[in-house]
Write a protein that binds this ligand. Structure first.
Ligand SMILES: [Zn+2]
Length: 385
C-alpha cells in the first residue's frame, strides 16, 4: 500500500503494520491508559490511544526518512521506504561505497529517534508542570493520574523513541548499530568482507540472546512477550546471515562477466531444415533448450523446444525451421557484468538469453546457470573459510 511521496521517496506500508498498529492502540486504550487514568472515559482513552499509535508510526517513519535523506545527500538514490512489522526498511539503490558514508547513513536514524525521544519527554514534562517531576518519584500513580491527555501522550512517546534508539544501536548487523560497527571495522581494516562477517556475527549473537530470553520469558509466564522476543530474534538472525551471504554473492558477481557464465557447447541449425528432422535429429537427442538458427555465418533467429512443441505433428514434414523460428529481440554481450546479466535474465521472458558478438551467437545464458555457478561458488567460499 502506497502512502505517497516525501522528499521524492515513495512511502509504502506493509499490511503487517496495520496489525501492529491495532495491537499498539489496543494495548494502550484497553491496558495502559485506563491504568494510568482510572477517571478517564472510554472516548478519551481510545482517542488518546489512537493519536499515540499514529504518532508512534510517524516516529518510525521519521527514523527511516533520516536514513534515506542522508543517503540521497551522499549520492545514493533511494526509490522507496517500506514500513513493516519490525520497523522500516529504506531501499538504497546500492551499498555505500565508503565507511564514512555508511557511518553517517547508519547513525542518523538512532540519532533522530533519540532526538524525538528527548523532545517528546521534555514537552510532556513541561506540560505536566513542576509538580510532576517531584511527584512521579514519591507517588507515581497520583502524578500520572493528574496528567492531561497531551502530556500523557508525550510521556509515552518519549521513552518509546528512546528505547527505539537504544534497540537500533545494538552493534549487530543489520541493525543500525551493526552498520556503525561495520563502518568502523571497515574504516580501520579496509576489508569490507571481514568487517561484514564480524558485524553480522555480532548480530547473530544478539539475535540468539533475544531468542533465549524469549524462551525463558514464555516459560516464566509472559507468554506473548516471550513469543514476540523469539520472533524478533529469529528475524534478526536470518537477516544477519542473509546480509553476509548477499555481500559474498555481490562481490563474486562484481568480478564476473557473461563470458564466464554462458554455455558455449551448443548445436546450431540451418533455417531450411524441416521441423521433422529438427525434432528427430536434434531436439530429442540433447538437453539443449534453444538452438541458434545460422545462415551464411550469421545468426538469423532462435528456435526453442516450446516453438517446436506448438506445431502440428502432421505438418512437421513440410514446414521448416525458418517458418517458426523467432527473431532475436534481446541478447547479452559477453563482456556484460554478472549483476547486469542477472537483472536482464530476471526481467526477460526468454530463458535462455542468447549472447551475441557481432552477428553471431557465441553463447547461451540460462537462469539455472547462475544458480549452478552460485552453488559451486558457495562451496568454494566455505572451503576457504
Ligand atoms: Zn534505522
Amino acid at each position: 500500500m502506497s502512502l505517497g511521496r516525501l522528499f521524492g521517496i515513495e512511502i509504502r506500508l506493509d499490511f503487517s503494520v496495520l496489525i501492529v498498529f491495532a495491537l499498539v492502540v489496543y494495548s494502550l486504550g484497553a491496558g495502559l491508559f485506563p491504568r494510568w487514568h482510572p477517571t478517564w472515559g472510554p472516548a478519551l482513552n481510545w482517542s488518546t490511544a489512537l493519536a499515540a499509535g499514529l504518532l508512534f508510526f510517524a516516529s518510525l517513519l521519521a527514523h527511516e526518512l533520516s536514513h534515506s535523506v542522508v543517503a540521497k545527500l551522499r549520492g545514493i538514490p533511494v526509490p522507496r521506504i517500506t514500513l513493516f512489522v519490525f520497523g522500516g526498511v529504506s531501499e538504497l539503490e546500492r551499498e555505500p561505497d565508503t565507511p564514512a558514508t555508511e557511518l553517517l547513513i547508519a547513525i542518523v536514524g538512532p540519532a533522530m529517534s533519540a532526538l524525538l525521544g528527548f523532545a517528546f519527554t521534555w514537552l510532556g514534562a513541561a506540560l505536566a508542570g513542576g509538580d510532576f517531576a517531584g511527584g512521579v518519584f514519591t507517588d507515581p500513580e497520583a502524578a500520572m493520574a493528574n496528567l492531561g491527555p497531551t502530556a500523557t501522550l508525550f510521556l509515552w512517546l518519549g521513552p518509546i523513541n528512546l528505547m527505539l534508539a537504544f534497540f537500533n544501536l545494538v552493534p549487530g548487523f543489520p541493525l543500525d548499530g551493526g552498520r556503525v560497527l561495520r563502518a568502523i571495522l571497515w574504516g580501520i581494516s579496509g576489508d569490507l568482507q571481514n568487517a561484514t562477517l564480524w558485524a553480522s556475527n555480532m548480530g547473530r549473537v544478539f539475535a540468539w540472546t533475544l531468542m533465549a530470553f524469549g524462551v525463558l520469558q514464555s516459560f516464566g509466564g509472559s507468554f506473548v512477550q516471550g513469543i514476540w522476543l523469539l520472533l524478533i530474534g529469529w528475524f534478526l538472525n536470518n537477516a544477519a546471515r542473509n546480509s553476509y551471504a548477499q555481500l559474498l554473492i555481490q562481490q563474486a558477481f562484481d568480478e564476473l562477466i557473461v563470458g564466464n557464465l554462458m554455455r558455449t557447447h551448443f548445436e546450431v541449425v540451418h533455417p531450411d531444415l524441416t521441423l521433422e528432422a529438427f525434432v528427430n535429429e536434434l531436439l530429442l537427442r540433447s538437453g539443449q533448450a534453444a538452438w541458434p538458427v545460422v545462415e551464411d555465418s550469421k545468426t538469423v533467429g532462435l528456435i526453442t523446444f516450446e516453438d517446436a512443441r506448438a506445431t502440428n505433428e502432421g505438418e512437421r514434414a513440410t514446414r521448416t525451421v525458418r517458418d517458426i523460428m523467432s527473431p532475436i529481440d534481446e541478447h547479452l554481450r559477453p563482456d556484460v557484468g554478472g549483476r547486469d546479466a542477472l537483472r536482464a535474465l530476471a526481467e526477460s521472458e526468454s530463458d535462455p538469453l542468447p549472447v551475441m558478438e557481432g552477428n553471431m551467437i557465441v553463447g547461451l545464458l540460462h537462469r539455472g546457470d547462475i544458480a549452478r555457478w552460485l552453488a559451486l561458488h558457495e562451496l568454494d567460499a566455505q572451503q576457504h573459510r
